[in-house]
Every structure is written in C-alpha cells, then in structure tokens.
Design a protein around this ligand. Structure first.
Ligand SMILES: Nc1ncnc2c1ncn2[C@@H]1O[C@H](COP(=O)(O)OP(=O)(O)OP(=O)(O)O)[C@@H](O)[C@H]1O
Length: 332
C-alpha cells in the first residue's frame, strides 16, 4: 500500500449553527494510486464530508491532513496545487469558453501574470484529450449540456494536475455509456499517474466494480470502510441502503424489488441466460419459484429461437416469448 495522502483523525462533520452533527469519529485514509467511492443514501453526509475534506467547511472536531500536514496549515495556493475539487453544484461561468475554463486549472501554477508555459499548455492538451473534450474547446459554457459541462469540469481538475482529486457526484448528469467511461477514466488515472481520487456517487453498481475501496455511509451517519466485496459479504452494503420493498441480491450484485409472491409456485429449469430473464418476469408477476412446484417451465433454444415449455395438470404448451408464457400462467 502506498503512503496515505489524505487522512482524517477522529473527525466530526456537520453544521454548528444548526447544532447538527452529521457524522463523528471518522478516522480515514486515502493512499496515492487509490480510487475510493463515497456512497450512502440521500442526506447521509457525503457532500458534507467532501466539503470538509476540501477545507471548505470547518470540522466540528478532529483533523484533516494532507500528506501528514494539517489542512489548516496549508496556504490556499499550496492547497490548490495539491488538491482539486469538482463540486456537484452548477457554477455560473457566464460566457467563458471551455478552453479558458480548462486553462484556469493551471492558475495555481502560473505565477502572478498567469502566462501559460509550454508545460501548462501540455497539461491543458492532456486534460482535453483524456476527457475527450477537444471538440468542445471553442464552445461557451452556457452552450453545453449538463453532462458535457460535468466532463469539462473534470478536464479543468485534470489540468490542475494535483496528487489528489475530490469529485462530488461526477456522474450525476451522464448517460450510461458516459458514466462507465468516466469511471474507467478515473480508475485508469489512479493506475497510470498514481493520483488519489475520492468520488461521491449514487452509482452503486459502478462503484462496486471500479473502486479499490468504499467509504459507505448509512442513514445514521455511520461510515463503513473496506473493499467493495467485503462490504457486500459482511452485509454492510445491504444495511446502508436498507428500505422496505427491495433487497440486495448478493448473487448478482444488484438491488432487486422485493417480490410479492402471492401467485402460484412454479418450477423453472433450462438455459441459463433464459432463466435469468424468465425468473425476473415471474418474480415481478408474483409467482414463487420452487423446486417442488407442480407447474413446470423448461426454457431452451430451438434453432436459435427462445422457447418455454409449460406443463401443468398433464397439459404441455409452448410459448415463444416471455409475455406469452406469462399469459399462459395467468390463465391456467
Ligand atoms: N447548510 C446546512 N445546514 C444544516 N444542515 C445541512 C446543511 N447542508 C446539509 N445539511 C444536512 O446534513 C445532512 C447531510 O447532508 P449532505 O448534503 O452531506 O448529504 P449527502 O449524503 O450528500 O446527500 P445527497 O445524496 O442527497 O446529496 C443532511 O441531513 C442535510 O439535511
């Protein structure tokens, strides 16, 4: 494990004027080269922790240290050279061009007159290339979609070229392929450049796949820390998002709606890929799936076409789609 870059000791976070403690006793560590995802239900404390780690909010108690140095001892300029922050809130940048915004990422490095050197230009180029935002460089910020703006904000943070990057919900406005791409890029950055990245997200599935570690808040402000798989296997993951009506299916790693199971029981066998989707449909419709049931369904492929053979009370019928199968079950 690399040296810790960001550490907290017995940290309490919250809002003193409202007498609101969001979480306490947080002793955390983020190492160089690590991608950590901060997860938790709405209102658990993710943004509050992010802002406190970035020095935008004063801790109620305890300390935050960057490479062993208390955050409070680091000047604003030095902090900007070592830590970049992308917040979820939309910032009104007026008519600034994308290329100008990304160049602003170099401000902590460019000295009094803000003149860009060849190194600064190279970092800006690299940030635009990595985030695939070259094509937007001449556009004005108010002409971007929310997802494009989010990616451009990451480009600015990359141009800042800090060892530590904090991102509050960087995938919030992205479509699925771009969410996956963003996670892949962040993971690649930690691997190739040794940067430490902490991001808060509601993308549980992607976080489980991409993160080296999770910091997982539950609704009461308790924080569990560990490898994604360990937090799933210990039950911490289910518990953090515990709510009536759905459950975390450990065999697929997804949250699933709790089935009503008020319909008759069926026995299901056959081709694995068909079984997965047939099971989903049966559960949604309230059928219980049991190995001892009288109603049996065999799912298989015949000349490349999916088929479901349904047998009940000595009668066998063949369905050519899931919806046809459901109709048969609901009428017999
Ligand atoms: N300025 C504030 N003053 C007082 N309480 C606040 C303030 N901002 C947030 N809170 C409260 O602090 C708690 C944590 O909020 P926070 O925004 O950190 O949660 P979050 O995990 O980021 O939520 P979400 O997933 O909804 O973005 C919530 O109960 C919230 O109501």
């Amino acid at each position: 494990m690399n040296e810790p870059l960001l550490t907290t000791h017995d940290l309490s976070i919250g809002y003193p004027t409202q007498q609101r403690t969001v979480a306490q006793g947080l002793t955390l560590s983020l190492a160089a080269g690590q991608l950590v995802c901060l997860l938790g239900p709405n209102g658990a404390g993710k943004s509050t922790l992010m802002r406190t780690l970035a020095g935008l909010q004063t801790p109620l108690a305890g300390t935050v240290q960057l490479a062993g140095q208390p955050l409070t001892d680091i000047s604003t300029l030095d902090l900007a050279r070592r830590m970049s922050l992308v917040l979820a809130e939309r910032v009104d940048m007026g008519t600034m061009r994308v290329s100008e915004l990304v160049a602003l990422g170099r401000a902590p490095h460019t000295g009094r007159f803000g003149r860009l050197t060849a190194i600064d230009q190279a970092r800006i180029e690299q940030a635009l290339t990595l985030t695939n935002t070259h094509r937007l460089a001449d556009r004005r910020l108010h002409q971007l979609s929310d997802g494009e703006r989010q990616t451009v904000m990451l480009a600015r943070a990359l141009a800042q070229d800090t060892d530590l990057i904090l991102l509050d919900e960087p995938t919030a406005h992205l479509d699925l392929p771009n969410r996956v791409e963003m996670m892949r890029l962040l993971r690649q950055l930690t691997r190739q450049t040794g940067k430490a990245i902490l991001l808060s997200t509601h993308e549980l599935d992607l976080a489980l796949q991409a993160a080296d570690a999770l910091w997982l808040f539950d609704a009461r402000g308790h924080l569990a820390v560990g490898a994604p798989e360990d937090l799933v296997l210990t039950g911490a993951f289910d518990a953090a998002f515990d709510k009536a009506g759905f459950y975390f299916d450990r065999s697929t790693g997804t949250f699933t709606m709790q089935p009503d199971e008020n319909g008759p029981a069926v026995r299901l066998s056959g081709n694995e890929s068909l079984l997965f989707w047939t099971r989903r449909a049966l559960r949604r419709e309230g059928f219980a799936i049991q190995d001892t049931a009288d109603r049996t369904i065999e799912a298989f492929f015949q000349q490349g076409q999916a088929r479901w053979q349904y047998t009940y009370a000595g009668q066998t019928r063949m369905a050519t789609s899931v919806s046809e199968l459901l109709r048969m079950l609901n009428t017999s």
